[in-house]
Design a protein around this ligand. Structure first.
Ligand SMILES: [Zn+2]
Length: 323
């Protein structure tokens, strides 16, 4: 006991002694003083650097953790597929009481998972689901499908259609497209390089403005092929302007072209169109599904809009059509 106390007492004394000793030496030796000073500076700088790197690594790990957390947004279409949920949330169905017909949502702040009450489907509802599923998969191509699918899905159907039609087609990056959606070229065919613009639209007709813009991009890129594909229609002015310059494919025209493909090709395109959640729009900036939000302020208060699930990092919104 006595010894420990003496040790504790002597430590600051010792440090003080060493400091005084160094001060004494440096008073008589300026060169040594400089040396000691620069050594101390280097040590402090080194420790500072280590600290900054440490903090950076910590922040990076935290950011990674936040990214890998499962999304907690609610899809506007209820997800009843237990298999796909099992894949997404492997621990969700661990407990017997959670293994109901409904689905569960993970709590954002803990590992505890709670069963969600709402989708306790009755037998009638389950039958309805089954009938809907069946009708979806016995569906034939018609223009209502083109108008049902979100813009990104429309683009995917279009690109596969172009590939079937002999083009080598590649998508331009989402979010940085500058008005260009798909680049095409027919191998071995001269002057076949071109640009395809897709617009999944179901309320308005495509006017002359976007057609003119596409023509401008074609001129800038010095390509002679230009195709404009939409799920809706074009105005007469747009059609007049496009004559001899740009191929316009309206929703009805698209369906007509698809119907000329083989049964297998049609089915292939249909599978792409109607796979999974084909209605929820994709964020043009992030290429992830958006989520339905309610405006809390402004003129549109109480109305709905599509927001990016990465908000506030991404502020992209899209108009939601109230049914
Ligand atoms: Zn986004």
């Amino acid at each position: 006991m006595a010894r420990r106390r003496r040790n504790e007492k002597s430590l600051p004394e010792l440090a003080f002694g060493v400091c005084m000793f160094i001060v004494a030496i440096t008073m008589f030796n300026p060169k040594l003083r400089e040396q000691i000073f620069s050594t101390v500076i280097s040590i402090v700088a080194f420790l500072l650097l280590i600290g900054i790197i440490g903090v950076a690594i910590y922040l990076f790990i935290q950011a990674r953790k936040a990214d890998s957390r499962p999304d907690t947004f609610r899809s506007p279409q209820p997800v009843n597929n237990v298999d796909s949920l099992n894949k997404r949330f492997p621990n969700a169905f661990k407990h017997e009481e959670n293994r109901a017909d409904g689905f569960i949502i993970p709590l954002p702040s803990s590992n505890e998972r709670i069963p969600l009450k709402s989708p306790e489907l009755s037998q009638t509802e389950l039958d309805e689901n089954k009938a809907l599923y069946k009708s979806l998969y016995s569906r034939k191509w018609d223009v209502s499908i083109l108008r049902d699918i979100e813009w990104r899905r429309f683009e995917k159907v279009s690109i596969e259609f172009l590939r079937m039609s002999g083009f080598v087609a590649s998508e331009t990056k989402v979010g940085a497209d500058g008005g260009v959606d798909i680049r095409v070229e027919k191998p071995g065919v001269e002057n076949s390089a071109g640009i395809v613009q897709c617009k999944a639209w179901n309320t308005y007709k495509i006017g002359i403005k976007p057609i003119r813009e596409l023509f401008g991009v074609m001129a800038a890129e010095r390509v002679s092929t230009g195709i404009f594909m939409t799920s809706c229609d074009f105005t007469p002015e747009a059609e007049e302007f496009a004559k001899g310059k740009i191929t316009l494919i309206s929703g009805n025209k698209f369906i007509e072209l698809i119907s000329k493909k083989s049964e297998d090709d049609q089915k292939f395109l249909l599978d792409i169109a109607l796979d999974g959640d084909y209605k929820t729009p994709t964020c043009p900036q992030c290429d992830v599904k958006m989520t339905l939000r309610e405006s809390s302020k402004g003129r549109n208060s109480g109305g709905h809009f599509w927001g990016c699930i990465r908000y506030p990092r991404c502020k992209q919104t899209l108009i939601y059509k109230e049914a």
